[in-house]
Design a protein around this ligand. Sequence first.
Ligand SMILES: [Zn+2]
Length: 104
Amino acid sequence: MEKYGGKNIQYELNGLKCDKCDWVDESISLDDLENWVDKPCPECGANVLTSEQLAHLNMILEVADIVNSLDIPKDPNDEEAEMDLLIDSSANIKLNIKNIDGEE
Ligand SMILES: [Zn+2]
């Protein structure tokens, strides 16, 4: 899974999901997402990603990039954060922010 981000927050896309049916594609990368705007779900034909959802996601990622551009002083006890994203067709973007060691 390709990771994005920088020194303070890394993020990756965990997949695109249809919540009308069980379709999920975990191989879709952030760079592929714009090709999925207003595309029908391969299983049931529902719209799996609207341009509003993509704009919302890009807003979140811009915030992450801003955080990454900051020089946050670190001491040895600081932990880095990792953000997992899952988008589904009901306009939910699930954010899972956890420490780099896997604890949530
Ligand atoms: Zn579907």
